[in-house]
Design a protein around this ligand. Structure first.
Ligand SMILES: Nc1nc2c(ncn2[C@@H]2O[C@H](COP(=O)(O)OP(=O)(O)OP(=O)(O)O)[C@@H](O)[C@H]2O)c(=O)[nH]1
Ligand SMILES: [Zn+2]
Length: 198
């Protein structure tokens, strides 16, 4: 078997960047355990940032259906993995999405696909919540949408302040949820309690 890693043209630049990064630690890039690491890491990074190459149309795939239901629909415990834009370290947790339809509903799996599309980018949690909420509003034309996300940030756990049990809850509310306290309270009461640290 050849010791030369297989590098596709797509990964050439990022593979070279990973080679330099690994070399900067003083590691021997030619030792057997590391031979394929730069290209593996490049592929993994491409996966973790694949949201940059997806479009809303492709993700939603026209899965918007007519419905007379106008009451709260809550899709909860959608797990996600993202990368913080400050340290490029993972943050991960769960998203809970509630919305009040207005004539049409979104295919249930599409909520998770929308979460992943925006999570697989360099993000801060607050913006991630806003982008998910705004997209659901745009795609469904709903009366209101609320997003709650609970996450643990590796940049606060593996380094820096080194807090292992702190979690962050971010919230985004659009449409009726911005001014209708009854709707807000119904949603917030239905959302699962904050998760303990992972
Ligand atoms: N608001 C917000 N902040 C985040 C998120 N992810 C990471 N951060 C914060 O981004 C900040 C960057 O702060 P800096 O002082 O510039 O960087 P730093 O010296 O590495 O900060 P420390 O993490 O405190 O060591 C830190 O407070 C992180 O906790 C996020 O999703 N939302
Ligand atoms: Zn960070």
């Amino acid at each position: 078997m050849s010791n030369t890693p297989i590098v596709t043209p797509d990964y050439k630049e990022s593979t070279e960047s990973y080679r330099q990064l690994i070399a900067s630690t003083g590691e021997d890039l030619d030792r057997p355990g590391l031979l394929d690491t730069p290209v593996r890491a490049a592929k993994a990074f491409a996966h973790l940032t694949q949201g940059y190459h997806q479009s809303i149309d492709e993700v939603v795939n026209d899965a918007v259906f007519p419905s007379a239901n106008r009451e709260l629909v809550l899709v909860q415990n959608i797990e996600f993995y993202s990368l913080c834009e400050h340290h490029m370290l993972p943050f991960h947790g769960v998203a809970h999405i509630g919305y009040l339809p207005d004539g049409q509903v979104l295919g249930l799996s599409k909520f998770a696909r929308i979460v992943d599309m925006f999570a697989r980018r360099l993000q801060i949690q607050e913006n991630l919540s806003e982008q998910i909420a705004q997209t659901i509003m745009d795609v469904t034309g709903c009366r209101g949408v609320a997003v709650v996300m609970d996450a643990s940030h590796m940049c606060m756990m593996m380094r820096g302040v080194s807090k292992q049990h702190s979690t962050t809850r971010s919230t985004a509310m659009l449409g009726e949820y911005q001014h209708n306290n009854q709707a807000r309270n119904e949603f917030l009461g239905a959302v699962p309690k904050r998760q303990p640290a992972f």
